[in-house]
Design a protein around this ligand. Structure first.
Ligand code: SF4
Length: 50
């Protein structure tokens, strides 16, 4: 999906950020959001590591 669809932001949401998300693909990708993202960003599809 696109960043707007995911409501992606370049900043963390509290303690949650892309670097902690199971969908993050190092160094700057995401399995579900198109384009380059930041490990310090966040979106509504965030999925935490158990
Ligand atoms: S799903 Fe969202 S929070 Fe998780 S890595 Fe992708 S853009 Fe970041």
């Amino acid at each position: 999906m696109t960043k707007p669809q995911a409501e992606y932001q370049d900043t963390p949401n509290g303690i949650y950020s892309c670097g902690l998300c199971t969908l993050f693909v190092a160094p700057d990708g995401c399995k579900v959001v198109d384009g380059a993202i930041s490990k310090d960003g966040w979106c509504k599809a965030f999925a935490a590591v158990d």
